[in-house]
Design a protein around this ligand. Sequence first.
Ligand SMILES: C[S@@+](CC[C@H](N)C(=O)[O-])C[C@H]1O[C@@H](n2cnc3c(N)ncnc32)[C@H](O)[C@@H]1O
Length: 398
Amino acid sequence: MGYGDISRKCLEIIVAMPSYSKEELAEKVESQVPIPIERALDRILQGDCVEILNALPEKSVDLIFADPPYNLQLQGELYRPNMTRVDAVVDAWDRFESFKAYDEFSRAWLAACRRVLKDTGTIWVIGSYHNIYRVGAIMQDLGYWILNDVIWIKTNPMPNFRGVRFTNAHETLIWAGKAKGSRYTFNHHAMKEFNGGKQMRSDWVLPICSGSERVKINGKKAHPTQKPEALLYRVILSSSRPGDIVLDPFFGSGTTGAVARKLHRHWIGIEREEKYIQVAWERINKITPARFSAEVFDVSDERRLAPRVSFASLLEAGLISPGQKLYFRKDREQVATIRADGKLVLEDGTVGSIHQTGKHLMNGSPCNGWQHWYFVAADGHLHVIDELRALYRKKCLG
Ligand SMILES: C[S@@+](CC[C@H](N)C(=O)[O-])C[C@H]1O[C@@H](n2cnc3c(N)ncnc32)[C@H](O)[C@@H]1O
């Protein structure tokens, strides 16, 4: 995929649209007609994740983050030594009759996820000692290829109040490809930046979700297991690119959608409980991501290593022509004419490269001309010239 494609895909991520109604979805699931992927983008689909995943098209998503029920098997209430009640996960959705029932459930959703994952896609599953070993074995049985297990070390874990075991201070994330040897996205260089320039390690030290990030209703946690955005930031940034589709089958309070939106990825959330859908929806709708630019949001290794292209080479390739007009920041009043050597001539007579003329129009501020000059494309609309650079790379550099 070229960068032009990315910017087009990203510009489409403008405002989250309302999800299908529960009834509409049930009808789709029943009729077994696949839901077109475009109708699912940036929406929360309400219902059982296995049924909904099976209604989505095969090989349609780039990345999955799954935070399934952990089957914590908590018996009754838990109290601190001072007799205050611990806010533990005791919800019905986390309860399973037996390990066998939990395994059957895990096998069903993991298989459904694998069907919708593109061959180049990857999946992250988070869990604790209660479930992660079972989940990992099932993943391997289904054909997933484990790339890493990442340990999320909590800087502020909940203590073991009764003092009968070690403090459980971490959770485990399994990161897997669809099959052995499949290609996948890993933004290795971007990850190094998060580790002082050294290769990113598989032990991530991050706090649990608290403070203003924690969504609350009347002072109470809106969701018992809201994950920290920092964790999702690392997951999404490391293993996807702008415009990719990130799916979360256990959406909860919508952490995956919130971070995906900030990073200009499309997202699809699946969640059964109405009350969490409301929480997630409000949370995501409050987010207005910064305007997309590949320079800022595409930190992939592919982009870093992409060959340099001069603007003049677009002339030789016939993608632009001498005398053609360009428009600065989509403003039809700010026009430049392309000279035969690839320089631009502004209406005030200034001559320079796409970057120099852009800088001139921005009163001396640095300007990446590829991102600011627009041409009229065959569809009659203004498109950024970076799309032509992407096309050139694809056509002429392979
Ligand atoms: C561990 S929580 C996910 C929390 C989420 N990562 C967040 O940051 O808020 C699991 C969620 O999955 C939902 N859930 C459980 N079983 C489900 C199923 N079969 N289909 C869809 N959602 C389900 C629960 O309602 C719960 O909100």
